[in-house]
Ligand binder design. Structure first.
Ligand SMILES: [Zn+2]
Length: 279
């Protein structure tokens, strides 16, 4: 039996509900998610959902619980299922693996993975990093996974070969099926990762304008697209001359981020390049 299955036993419905309650309300007082009033009281529990508390709002005279207005509100699966799915997704498990561990259908786990990722991204779609920002890029193999040339369902007419796409030498771009991924890592902690079609000056400038506050201090490697950037206090280290740090100037945080991102992406044998931004 896979080792991860044992983790399942650590989650009981009550533990998960308590955890979620703490996550949702933190130190704030309870608030009705419909009318935003604080005049609420307890209203029993659900016999079919152990641990989930129900509240009564004196304002709109309706009940709500810890899951109201969240993605999990209408789910027929229990909360431990969802928490374990999120946990496994963060460990870079594929949706097939998650389906196996949870005992749900593969389509269910695939849908859940999309919902969870979208929920994570939707919190801050227009995040700007500022202060001292490091930037680096990587090229990730991505193809027309699961896509017919003119839309619709792809018919291969044979079993898929299940081989990775072969790499071509040189810098990648969208048409070579190797779009770039740029990471902007603020030294204050925030990170923005963008998928872009290529790595030209125009594209990088556009990506920087979207992700980095103008006037920020920018540390990168010596790629010419970064050197042409305008609107930032830019300094770079020259990797070809074996220079990786010059005092405060380095991009080790960005490199570190990629060293974690690469094994995460490797699990998903192929990526769909339609997920790239249109930059
Ligand atoms: Zn209310």
């Amino acid at each position: 039996m896979p080792a991860l299955s044992y983790v399942h036993q650590l989650f009981s419905a009550d533990t998960c509900q308590t955890y979620l309650r703490a996550l949702r309300w933190k130190e704030r007082p309870l608030q009705c998610p419909r009318c935003q009033r604080h005049a609420v009281g307890l209203w029993g529990t659900y016999h079919y959902r152990p641990g989930l508390k129900r509240y009564w709002c004196h304002g709109c005279r309706r009940t709500f619980n810890d899951l109201t207005n969240t993605m999990l509100a209408q789910s027929k699966r229990s909360l431990p299922h969802w928490i374990l799915a999120t946990f496994l997704l963060c460990l870079s498990c594929s949706s097939r693996r998650i389906a196996r561990e949870l005992g749900v259908h593969i389509r269910t786990s695939y849908r859940w993975c999309w919902w969870l990722r979208n929920a994570a991204v939707s919190y801050e779609t227009d995040r700007h990093v500022e202060g001292t920002v490091e930037a680096d890029e990587l090229y990730h193999t991505a193809g027309r996974k699961g896509q017919a040339p003119h839309g619709g369902k792809k018919s291969l007419g044979r079993r898929p070969r299940g081989r990775r796409k072969k790499r071509e030498p040189g810098r990648g771009h969208y048409d070579k099926d190797r779009p770039a991924i740029i990471a902007w890592v603020s030294r204050q902690g925030a990170v923005v990762i963008q998928g872009v079609r290529d790595f030209t000056v125009k594209t990088v400038q556009k990506a920087a304008n979207l992700a980095v506050q103008a006037g920020s201090r920018l540390y990168t490697d010596s790629a010419s697209s970064y050197r042409a950037l305008q609107g930032y206090l830019h300094e770079y280290v020259n990797h070809t001359q074996k220079e990786y740090a010059r005092g405060d100037v380095h991009e080790n945080r960005a490199e570190c981020l990629f060293s974690l991102l690469k094994p995460y992406l490797r699990v998903f044998v192929a990526s769909a390049k339609r997920t790239c931004l249109g930059i």
